[in-house]
Write a protein that binds this ligand. Structure first.
Ligand SMILES: [Zn+2]
Ligand SMILES: [Zn+2]
Length: 138
């Protein structure tokens, strides 16, 4: 946990805090509509409100989007700077965030062909977590 990022937390709007705690409590990736369902009781009832708060939280590095599922997760480290990858259990949807070192990020961006100038890389590794792996079942 980065102490500097930790001090950013109080600057969140009420909607942003509601949505962030919803994601932190869920333990699984949530679509924007699943988030909307869960925050409705706190008075957030419009999809654009949810999308705006999600976008702001993503800019702050506190929420990330799982591209493969069009779903959102709370940052596994409180907040981070955009260099991350995910490992996802395909059976239970457990998501583990992996921080990428600068050299890992550079290596991945370096795979882009000449006709595309790379801006961003998305890495999602699918597999089975320890709980779901058949060898762990009694
Ligand atoms: Zn993160
Ligand atoms: Zn699993």
């Amino acid at each position: 946990m980065n102490a500097a990022h930790h001090h950013d937390a109080p600057k969140l709007s009420r909607n942003q805090s509601e949505i962030l705690s919803c994601l932190r409590n869920s333990g699984e990736p949530l679509s924007a509509y699943a988030i909307l369902d869960r925050v409705r009781k706190s008075g957030i009832s419009h999809p654009p409100t949810v999308y705006r708060a999600l976008n702001d939280l993503m800019k702050k590095g506190m929420v990330h989007r799982l591209e493969s599922r069009s779903a959102f997760v709370a940052c596994g480290h409180g907040a981070c700077d955009g260099k991350f990858a995910f490992a996802i259990c395909r059976a239970c949807d457990k998501v583990v965030e992996i921080l990428l070192a600068d050299k890992d990020q550079a290596l991945l961006l370096g795979l882009a062909p000449d006709e595309i100038s790379p801006e961003q890389v998305t890495v999602e590794i699918a597999g089975l977590c320890n709980d779901c792996h058949p060898s762990r079942l009694a």
